[in-house]
Design a protein around this ligand. Structure first.
Ligand SMILES: NC(=O)C1=CN([C@@H]2O[C@H](COP(=O)(O)OP(=O)(O)OC[C@H]3O[C@@H](n4cnc5c(N)ncnc54)[C@H](O)[C@@H]3O)[C@@H](O)[C@H]2O)C=CC1
Ligand SMILES: O=C(O)[C@H]1O[C@H](OP(=O)(O)OP(=O)(O)OC[C@H]2O[C@@H](n3ccc(=O)[nH]c3=O)[C@H](O)[C@@H]2O)[C@H](O)[C@@H](O)[C@@H]1O
Length: 444
């Protein structure tokens, strides 16, 4: 099948690459010329395990192409995926300007029946808005072309995007027409043996399913962070509590890891957008408001712990930060907890050394220049600890899991570890001669 994917970011590129890998002929479109030029040279805009080889092979085979011209991609194509960003607007709602702009562009180029697939995360009712924009363009052209708008939200996780896309738990398709549903069934057949992973529903149900899924996962995390903070005050180790509740199959182990808050481009923005949708509908989303508030507070926990330990004024102190990305396996720093921690430490007068296995370039682009003056971008994880008063683990990369404590001790001014992801065994850390501070486990 021939597909056009509009927006070549995390979702668009992974979607395009994986469909081409499964036998479709895909053209990825983006307005960012540099991104497209680089992709043609084999340079990928993101770090995502397994993606590079799929992109390079399929580009070489001619089954995956890149262009800035939607008109060129649209020739003989009748499936269009919209995979552009839906960032939070000032009031928290999803900003639909890019989605609706693409809808107009699609309306201006289609020549025959088309299925327009919303892959971007969009609020309930967006497909109707997309339909209206396409219709308006077609009317302006005087073209009587039939089309359907389908909702097909994406559930991939950064750092595991290719695997998630190739082996999805489920494929949600919201389609209000039989014709569009049939086409989507055919398109996804290679990803869903016996098609048992495909769930068909109406468009609005599918749009809501995406927000409900992300909000549920964010709720699990905020719930666990709340429990962790309480455990800390009661002299309880939250890690035992986590294992104790996770073993109940009704609860499960996933997404109940306490930490220094959830980040990334999606949970924060999608919870905000659902809150706004609820309020617009005259409904007070008590739980979702609390999920967001807990997360904002949780991002401050590490900074507060450092200040409790070293005092309000951190002038003359240096802290080594391990991990900048919002989670391991990605160089994405959007809404990362590291950003909140770095600012808090700098505001209190400290200097910080930072190290991340893959997000260093991204950090140089994203951290404001005035903050960078007081930041040392270290060559490796150990040089980040040179004369440091403490090591603060923010992102649980594998490389940080079993550090060389002797080497750390020889480099650091004080032997203190703040473990923002409860990666370490406190007893082992203490045996190595370090003071340990975790999340929800400040044991005596
Ligand atoms: N990043 C993730 O892990 C996931 C993201 N999503 C959702 O997917 C959507 C896209 O997210 P990302 O891929 O992370 O965004 P992104 O920011 O990485 O990529 C969006 C791309 O769209 C391009 N673009 C904007 N306007 C365009 C236009 N008129 N024509 C062509 N290209 C255009 C931009 O230049 C950019 O390259 C969002 O709604 C997001 O919530 C859903 C699941 C996972
Ligand atoms: O809509 C999206 O964009 C995506 O959002 C999340 O994926 P992602 O943001 O890539 O990463 P996650 O692995 O979900 O982690 C999000 C954040 O939660 C934190 N987290 C996760 C799990 C946990 O138990 N505790 C916890 O603090 C992570 O450290 C990270 O900061 C969802 O997991 C995907 O299914 C969804 O498609």
């Amino acid at each position: 099948m021939k597909l056009t994917i509009i927006g070549t970011g995390y979702v668009g590129l992974v979607t395009g690459a994986c469909f081409s890998e499964m036998g479709s002929h895909v053209t990825c479109v983006d307005i960012d010329k540099e991104k497209i030029d680089n992709l043609k040279k084999g340079i990928l805009p993101i770090y995502e395990p397994g993606l590079e080889s799929i992109v390079l092979n399929n580009y070489k085979e001619g089954t995956l192409n890149f262009t800035t011209s939607l008109a060129q991609a649209a020739k003989d194509c009748n499936v269009f995926f919209i995979a552009v960003g839906t960032p939070p607007g000032q009031d928290g709602s999803a900003d639909l300007q890019y989605v609706l702009q693409v809808a107009r562009q699609i309306g201006s180029v289609i020549e025959d029946y088309a299925v327009i697939v919303d892959k971007s995360t969009v609020p309930v009712g967006t497909a109707d808005k997309v339909r209206a924009q396409v219709s308006k363009e077609l009317e302006a052209r005087g073209a009587a072309i039939e089309f359907d708008v389908v909702s097909n939200p994406e559930f991939l996780k950064e750092g595991a995007a290719v695997n998630d896309f190739l082996k999805p738990d489920r494929i949600i398709v919201g389609a209000d027409s039989h014709r569009a549903a049939k086409l989507m069934r055919r398109l996804y057949a290679p990803f869903s043996r016996n098609r048992d992973k495909m769930l068909f529903m109406n468009v609005k149900d599918a749009e809501m399913t995406k927000y409900a899924a992300n909000s549920m996962l964010a709720t699990k995390i905020s719930f666990m962070n709340e429990i962790a903070n309480l455990c800390e005050r009661l002299g309880v180790d939250v890690e035992n509590v986590r294992k104790g509740i996770g073993s109940d199959s009704r609860i499960g182990y996933s997404f109940i890891y306490p930490g220094c808050g959830y980040g990334g481009s999606c949970f924060p923005k999608d919870v905000k957008a659902l809150v706004k949708t609820a309020k617009d509908a005259g409904f007070v989303p008590t739980l979702l408001d609390a999920v967001e508030e807990r997360n904002n507070l949780q991002k401050q926990v590490l900074g507060n712990k450092v200040i409790n330990r070293f005092g309000q004024d951190l002038t003359g102190r240096t802290f080594g930060i391990w991990g900048l990305a919002f989670k391991p396996g990605t160089d994405d720093m959007r809404e990362a907890s590291s950003r909140v921690l770095i600012k808090a430490l700098l505001d209190a007068g400290a200097r910080v050394n930072v190290y991340d296995p893959v997000a260093m370039d991204q950090a140089r682009k994203e951290i404001p220049a005035q903050e960078q003056e007081k930041i040392c971008f270290a060559q490796d994880q150990y040089s980040a600890l040179d004369t440091a008063d403490a090591c603060i683990l923010v992102t649980e990369w594998k490389a940080f899991r079993q550090p060389d404590f002797k080497k750390m001790a020889s480099l650091m001014k004080e032997r203190v570890i703040f473990d923002g992801r409860n990666q370490y065994d406190p007893d082992e850390i203490k045996e190595a001669g370090f003071e340990y501070h975790g999340i929800g486990r400040e044991l005596g």
